[in-house]
Structures are given as C-alpha cells and as structure tokens.
Design a protein around this ligand. Structure first.
Ligand code: HEM
Length: 438
C-alpha cells in the first residue's frame, strides 16, 4: 500500500482555532477514549500529535522503535531549561540516558524489594495504630506518609520525622504536576503554577543536598540507592545527584499512593473481593510470614493490585517525540511529531479484555492476561524505558493493602463522588473512607 502522510491520519477536526485542546483539557480520559473508539488504532489528535491505540503500535513505539523516540524533544528541552527542571534518568535520552540508567538501576534489585517488604509491615502497622473504627480517613493522606517514609528510608537511609515528611510531601506534589512524572505531557497542554513549582524544587534540592552530604551515603546497606548513585560510573555531578534523587522520590511516591488508594476504592465497591483479601491476608499475617515470603502468601491480593492497575493505571498516558520519521501501519509519522499512548484507553479496550470495564481480579489468576497483546497492559511501560521501580512498587502496595484490609473494612463515604482526576498521575478524588471493624 502507498505510504500516507501525517495529514491523512483520521481524527477529530476540533475547533478552527483551538483544535481539540478544549476537549482534551476538559476531560482527557473521555477525549482519548472517544478518539480511539471512533477513529481507530491511529488517530491525529492535533496537527502535531498522534494517539496510538493499537496494542501492536504501542509495542512498536515503546519496545522495537524506542531508540527513534525521545522524551525531550526540542520544545520540551527549551521549556525544561526555562523552568530549570531536572535532567535525571527519567527525562534523559540517548547515550546519556543509557549511562544514567545503568548507574542507578542495579540498586533496584531483589534486595531492595526484600528490604521494602520487611520495612513495609512495620510502617503499615504504625499507620494503623492511629485508626479507630468509626473514623473517616483520607487514605491518600495516610498512605502518602507511609510511602514517602519508606522511599526516603530506602533511598537515603534516613528516617524522617513526621513534620519533615509532611514538608517534603507538600513540596513534591506540585512538582509532580509538571515534570518528573513518568508521563511526558504533550507540548500543547497548558501548564500552571510554574513559579511555585520552581520554588518547591529548590526546597527539595536543599533537603536532598543535606542528605547526600551525610555520612550514610558511604554505606550501601543504609542507603542503597544513594550509594549506587554516588559510587556509580560516570561519577555524578552534585546537581545530577539532586535531580536524580528528586525524580526518584517523585516517581515512586504519588504513583504508588494512587495505586493503593484505587485498589481500596475497588475493594470497597466489591465486598466479595474485599472479604477474600481479608481472609487471605489475615491468614498470611497470622503465619507471621514477613518480607517476600509474605507476598508469596498473597496471590489474590496481588491480583487485586494488577486489576486495579488495569482499570486505574496511575500513569494514564505517555508521550514521546519522534526523532526520525517512523512508520505505523502505512502512515509516515515525521520527525518532531509527538506520539501519545494511553494506558487508560488500552487497558479498557473491549476488543482485548473480557468485561473490560468490570473489576475482576480473578482474571489475573487465569489465562486471560497471557492472551492479551503486550500493548494492552503496560502500567509500568514497556521496553527499555520500562519502570525499574515496578517490583518495589508492587511489594509496597500489596503489603500495605494486606495490612489495611486484614485489620479493617473500609467503606466509601460518598461512593458516587469518587472519580479519577487525570493530573500527571491518575488521582482518586473524594476517596474518603469510613473505617469499620470486620
Ligand atoms: C505503582 C507505582 C508506579 C507506576 C504505576 C510507575 C509507572 C511508570 C511508567 C509507566 C514508566 C515508564 C514511562 C514511559 O515509558 O515514559 C515509569 C518509569 C520510571 N519509573 Fe515508575 N512507576 C511506579 C513506581 C516507581 C517507583 C517506586 C520508582 C522508584 C523509586 C519508579 C521510578 C521510575 C523511573 C526512574 C522511571 C524512568 C525509567 C527510564 O526512563 O529509564 N517508579 N514508571
């Protein structure tokens, strides 16, 4: 078939001046889903932005042709310099990215996950000590303290006080909104609060500089990630250490929070699944299983997490800029085009998932996941740039879910008002829970 151009790709024309900006900004989840369902596997959503909804296209972009795309196209780089944003592993490209990833990734091995699993039980218990039946809790808030405490302890080997944790959390959230999330937003998306973000970034940098200068960095057991970074090759500049730590903190924090809260929303809405988690986790905890052994005892809770990551993937879209011309189907996508893929769209595609909109954790205990194409489920991305915090995040989330649901049943205060807010991560809005004894 003859090759076709960018302009030939079908897609909504939108407003004469604004194109589809308004629709995207108002409800991006609905907009992207409608584009895919109406126009097919490859959709032109703006003059320079293409959505790839076919799973084979997603795989081609993220795995096979990964090297032909960059996270930081010229526009993003210019914007980044203006905002003095970090250039960490997550936001670097090419050989620079490869070297940075090689330097830090080894720290995220089995040992780190095992340490996390062991530490998480204690952190979870500490959180639950404050809970009483009858209380209404903001789970996002409670979980954020736990995940932030864990991630800072793992990375920097330092136990922060509650007020320090709250301070870091307060700084991190607005920064997340701009740059350091796994998501790279298309250039045409308007960004806000840049001044505040810059200020907060400086605050995080000061905290991190203090940590990096502390003696703990010399001890790989006390501060595995910081140690790997400082002793890795090429030796990082102080600014790089800051950027890398700030990014890891942000990447590992809100996403994991959202995963735990969404799973709890789904359990609250599905009492039978909640009972299964309760029985499974109570039994596992009663055996005094800890660390990775505990996780081995929690296959259903793990399935709940996977299903929750399918329906409410914290990373709901990812974009890259084409570095060279790349062909998808018979369309040539020219260098410089922004290409977007969306977990929200593909994880809910009824062509590949049975009862796509329904919460069915048991599908993960059967064959179904092995039958769907790779590009239909990618909560942690795919290919060379896949999330190296995935196993750590899984350990954290499953342990915490088991701790919470083995002790209490959570009921949503206002079930009908819970909805996803697609910020840089997919946040659950209005997820306030009433705590009940089983
Ligand atoms: C449920 C929790 C998490 C989710 C859903 C998640 C999701 C993702 C996704 C989708 C990507 C790939 C983005 C792309 O292709 O552009 C990614 C990359 C990344 N994630 Fe995660 N992540 C989670 C937790 C973590 C944790 C705990 C850490 C570390 C502390 C982490 C560190 C990173 C880093 C450094 C990258 C960039 C890798 C690279 O560009 O080479 N993530 N994450």
């Amino acid at each position: 078939m003859a090759e076709k151009e960018l302009g030939d790709i079908p897609g909504p024309a939108g407003d004469r001046v604004l194109g589809n900006l308004q629709e995207f900004s108002t409800d991006p989840l609905r907009f992207l889903t409608a584009c895919a369902r109406e126009y097919g596997d490859i959709v032109r959503i703006s003059p320079r932005n293409v959505l790839l909804a076919g799973p084979e296209h997603v795989e081609r972009m993220l795995v096979d042709r990964n090297a032909d795309f960059v996270k930081q196209g010229p526009e993003t780089r210019r914007a980044g310099r203006r905002q003095s944003l970090p250039l960490s592993t997550m936001s670097s490209d090419g050989e620079d990215w490869k070297a940075k990833r090689r330097r830090i990734q080894p720290a995220f091995g089995r040992e780190l996950s095992a340490t996390a699993a062991a530490a998480m039980r204690g952190q979870g218990e500490r959180m639950l000590e404050q809970w009483r039946p009858g209380q209404v809790r903001d789970l996002q808030q409670d979980v954020s303290v736990v995940t932030l405490r864990l991630v800072t302890a793992l990375m920097f080997g330092e136990e922060y006080t509650d007020s320090e944790i709250a301070e870091v959390a307060g700084m991190v959230v607005p920064i997340m909104e701009l740059s350091a999330s796994p998501v790279v937003l298309p250039e045409w998306l308007p960004t806000r609060r840049k001044l505040q973000i810059r200020r907060n970034l400086r605050g995080v940098e000061r905290t991190l500089a203090r940590v990096a200068a502390s003696g703990r960095a010399a001890d790989p057991k006390a501060a595995p990630v910081l140690h790997a970074l400082l002793h890795g090759t090429p030796a990082p500049t102080p600014a790089e250490v800051n950027d890398e730590l700030a990014t890891l903190l942000m990447a590992g924090y809100e996403t994991t929070n959202d995963a735990v809260v969404w799973a709890s929303v789904l359990l609250a809405r599905n009492p039978e699944a909640a009972e299964r988690v309760y029985h499974e986790s109570e039994k596992a905890l009663a055996k005094n299983a800890t660390g990775m052994a505990l996780l081995g005892e929690l296959p259903y809770t793990d399935a709940v997490l996977r299903e929750s990551l399918r329906l409410y993937s914290p990373v709901w879209m990812t974009s890259r800029d084409a570095r060279v011309d790349v062909t998808f189907s018979d369309y040539v996508i020219p260098a410089g085009t922004t290409v977007t893929v969306s977990q929200w769209v593909n994880h809910r595609d009824p062509r590949y998932w049975k009862q796509a909109g329904e919460f069915r954790p048991e599908r993960w205990l059967g064959k179904e996941p092995t039958e769907v194409p790779r590009g239909s489920y990618f909560p942690f991305g795919l290919g060379p740039r896949t999330c190296f915090g995935a196993s750590l995040a899984g350990v954290e989330a499953v342990s915490l879910l088991a701790s919470v649901w083995s002790r209490f049943r959570l009921r949503l205060e206002t079930p009908e008002s819970v909805r996803p807010r697609p910020a840089l991560a997919l946040q659950p809005l209005n997820a306030r829970f009433k705590v009940e004894a089983w």
